[in-house]
Design a protein around this ligand. Structure first.
Ligand code: PLP
Length: 415
């Protein structure tokens, strides 16, 4: 028996991360066989065609030129005001809804998810997300003593499964008064799926219907971590405009982040953006979340917030950043297109990819298939019901031929 002195709620906690595990296996293969021979499709960051971690050049330049007095200070707990204004403007672009809107700085998108769970669900409540989901959602729920339940994301035609979604939302609302629903769109991790505007209409109609019961509070937590790699800026943001004019007991919260859009992954800078028709709800939103920031990390990274506001305030810099990022987006698209075309030719079934860093191949026995792929020096992340391929991280040359090898591995494992 091992000795344990952790408190009862902490006992047994151990975050074994499959993604970092798979990445470690790939690194080992690189050491043995050389980088050229290994396909590392596990990394959730954009790697250029030489497979080096890419930083948007203008972002890197402005960051390096910051004077020391814009690097080391403490920031206000709520975040630098200019940063918050920039985040709100950039996240909505031309699709700002007619509503009260406030932002609170958070440690990445993860921080926004953490605070939403803590402040908008009761201890023991269940949070809802889709059956394909980013693993840390569960860890975040568990750590706050909440549960995570899922609905089936796709119907048989690979469309958004509004029926399964409706059933789960209604079922959970019979058991609890506050319901957080995490919707990762556009460019969902791990599938690359995005809800269409008509999916959103149905989702919002459901929320309005459920909100007629004044005791119930519905908190759609919209995880937009990948919104800057989801297509044309305004086209992929049209749904945001629909978030205005909702009842006071429906509070959409955007979990936004500089990690992907500004390639500032490790600088841990994001924001939670609350949208409400009710002023009190938004005043409370700013107040309770700032309080939780004080209680968890105090204030966040000053220099990254400064970087964002400097770029935002200089339209030349901003358009440079957007152009450079669109080249990254084009490369990810190219890689995804190669994979999807070859998947079709190899009869490899995949989930509906629209945009983003990842593609998912559904399969039985994902662990065994990933093991089998190691023989070809291909490393991907096994999920519960499929394999996640990081098209953000593999060069076009190495993506070529991958789909056929995955198809072969699946057949060989199922024999
Ligand atoms: N949401 C999803 C789906 C993600 O994949 C990530 C990062 O991988 C995040 C949120 C948040 O990232 P960060 O905390 O670095 O902003």
């Amino acid at each position: 028996m091992t000795t344990s002195i952790a408190a009862s709620h902490a006992k047994g906690k151990c975050a074994t991360d499959k993604i970092f595990g798979a990445n470690a296996a790939a690194s080992k293969a690189v050491a043995l066989y050389g980088k050229d021979k290994v396909v590392n499709a596990t990394i959730g960051a954009f790697m250029d065609e030489q497979e080096a971690l890419a930083c948007i050049p203008t972002v890197g330049k402005v960051f390096k030129e910051l004077p020391i007095n814009q690097i080391v200070p403490y920031a206000p707990i709520a975040g630098l005001p200019d940063y918050l204004d920039a985040m709100i403007d950039l996240m909505f672009a031309d699709n700002k809804p007619d509503a009260y809107i406030e932002a609170v700085a958070t440690a990445g998108g993860t921080g926004a998810i953490h605070h939403t769970i803590w402040n908008y669900s009761e201890s023991g409540d269940t949070v809802l997300t889709s059956d394909w989901y980013w693993g840390p959602y569960k860890i975040l729920c568990q750590d706050s003593l909440r549960k995570l339940d899922t609905y089936t994301l796709f119907d048989e035609q690979h469309n958004f499964n509004i029926k399964a979604f409706t059933n789960k939302v209604k079922e959970l609302l019979t058991k609890q008064d506050n319901l957080i629903i995490i919707i990762n769109t556009p460019a969902h991790n791990p599938t690359g799926f995005s809800l269409s505007d008509s999916d959103w209409d149905k989702v919002l109609d459901l929320f309005k219907e459920c909100a007629k019961d004044a005791k119930k509070n519905i908190i759609p937590l919209i995880d937009i971590a990948y919104i800057d790699y989801a297509g044309e800026k305004n086209q992929c943001r049209t749904f945001l405009k629909k978030l205005g004019g909702l009842p006071a007991n429906v509070l959409p919260i955007l979990a936004s982040s500089m990690s992907k859009g500004f390639t500032m992954y490790g600088q841990r800078t994001g924001a939670m953006i609350g949208i409400s028709s009710n002023k009190d709800v938004i005043t409370e939103f700013a107040s309770v979340n700032q309080f939780t920031s004080r209680a968890t990390w105090s204030n966040i990274n000053y220099s990254a917030m400064k970087l964002m506001s400097l770029i935002y305030q200089d339209k030349t810099l901003l358009s440079q950043v957007e152009n450079e990022r669109s080249q990254y987006y084009a490369l990810i698209r190219k890689r995804a297109d190669i994979f999807m075309q070859e998947a079709k030719e190899a009869n490899l079934h995949m989930l509906p990819y629209i945009a983003g860093f990842f593609i998912t191949v559904p399969t039985e026995n994902p662990e065994a298939v990933c093991e089998k792929l190691h023989e070809d020096n291909i490393f991907a992340v096994p999920l519960a019901k499929g394999i996640r391929i990081a098209v953000c991280a593999v060069s076009s040359t190495k993506i070529t031929g991958m789909a056929a090898k995955i198809a072969k591995a699946i057949v060989s494992v199922s024999k």
